[in-house]
Ligand binder design. Sequence first.
Ligand code: HEC
Ligand SMILES: [Cu+2]
Length: 332
Amino acid sequence: MIPALASTSAGPDAAPSAPLNYFLHAAGPAATPTRQLGWVLAAIAIGVTLMIAALLFGAITRRRPSAPMPSLSAESGGMRWIYIGTGVSSGALLAMLVYVLVTLESVASPATHPRLTITVTAYDWWWKIDYADDPDPARNFSTANEIHIPVGEPVKIELKSADVIHAFWVPQLAGKTQTIPGQTNEQWLQADRPGIYRGQCSQFCGAQHAHMAFEVIAQSAAEFSAWRDAQGRAAGEAARDATVAAGRRLFAERCAGCHTVRGTDADGLQAPDLTHLISRREIAAGALSNTPDHLLDWIEHAQRIKPDALMPDIALSAGEAAALSAYLATLH
Ligand code: HEC
Ligand SMILES: [Cu+2]
């Protein structure tokens, strides 16, 4: 499933080299109007700058008549230009204000009522993603740093914070909204094309603010539904072989205080839910791609990869590392 998504994201509008470029790329109705607004305001600003530069250049280079200056007297006609200039500027500013207000209104709420609500809670320095709105509890779960949405329909996002103020921003899908402790903010987004859209915390929140990214993966309704079913499941049955069993025990001792794996006794709540860890494309809020080597590197050297992150470096013997890797590999 993921490779197929990766290929759709390589389309002309996916901008893999500049995934946050909202000036060139917008993929839905919450983002397209503001992209247009940006271009129009930039064009007007450039136009005004050029006009003033031309007038200034004309004024500087214009030769004065060599005759002696006439005696001071009230000039007639000059004031007209002041009136015209003021009128034109005010008219332009007023038109821009109206355009801005109309644009804000058009992105304020979606055309149809969102069927899906996702709750996103910002933590130093990762995103907890809760799917909690399904009447069937088996389809409700918590994941991290990866939001899946069905393509072509609006999705409501409820935004919370567990610690300080952060800001949730998926530039190609919508404007940014702050997450504020003790308060629930709302925004909506919609992707009109399948693909992977990068998001980023956009309010400085401490040492690892820059490593607080996430991805929105827009997929067909059928793919989304299959993903949701799979994520809702608890972790697979217990240990098939001795190494996995040892890894599972190690996890219960060293990791379960912070991390949850549904279907086991691990129920820590202050760190990402790892039940389907292997299904995610990235780990540590975009700091690393999700490979077995990176996972082990992260567990042993989280403080080197993300200094001050709220996960300690965990010292493992070679045998422990192999067992833990074998166990984590079962969390797909
Ligand atoms: C003191 C709490 C704590 C302990 C103990 C802990 N972790 Fe973590 N872990 C975290 C936090 C917090 C994060 C998120 C860090 C970030 O991205 O800034 C995290 C992130 C991770 C991630 C990345 C998950 C993702 O989707 O981004 C993995 C994998 C992980 N931990 C594995 C482990 C394993 C395995 C152990 C035990 C050997 C362990 N952790 C022990 C707190 C902890
Ligand atoms: Cu942040």
